[in-house]
Ligand binder design. Structure first.
Ligand SMILES: [Zn+2]
Length: 132
């Protein structure tokens, strides 16, 4: 298993994520395209947040939350710097979806070590079974 640290830009949101391989989904849906989010979906227990859990961070307003459409996905982002380090995805509401671009290793070395797999989020209902 690989364990990497990451966070937002200003440092107020920090985490460690543990995962099996450097493979990220590149989703073409409306919100991921605008964010530039690269997805690493893991069980919630495989992300350790430095300062409390996700609900604590939303409650004390360090994370802001944006919901649209079905409202299942919780698009969380740092209330100070606006970066999206992770969020709760509609496809895995019990998991967390980490933004590979928010990992310190990627911010430092780029994406060369990563396999990027396209995901057709514009046709979400037809595509989602491929990642469940
Ligand atoms: Zn921040």
């Amino acid at each position: 298993m690989i364990s990497l640290e990451g966070g937002c830009h200003c440092g107020s949101i920090r985490f460690t994520v543990t995962f099996a391989s450097r493979e990220a989904l590149d989703c073409n849906c409306t919100v991921c395209t605008k964010k530039g989010f690269l997805h690493l979906i893991v069980p919630r227990a495989d992300v350790t947040l430095v300062d409390g859990d996700l609900d604590d961070l939303v409650e004390d307003a360090r994370l802001s939350e944006y919901r649209f459409g079905t409202g299942v996905a919780r698009h969380t982002f740092c209330s100070r710097c606006g970066i999206h380090p992770f969020y709760v995805p509609r496809s895995h509401p019990d998991g967390l979806d980490v933004n590979v671009r928010a990992l310190d290793e990627v911010a430092r070395d780029g994406l060369e070590a990563w396999k990027i797999v396209p995901f057709d989020g514009r046709h979400w209902e037809e595509s989602v079974e491929s990642i469940r």
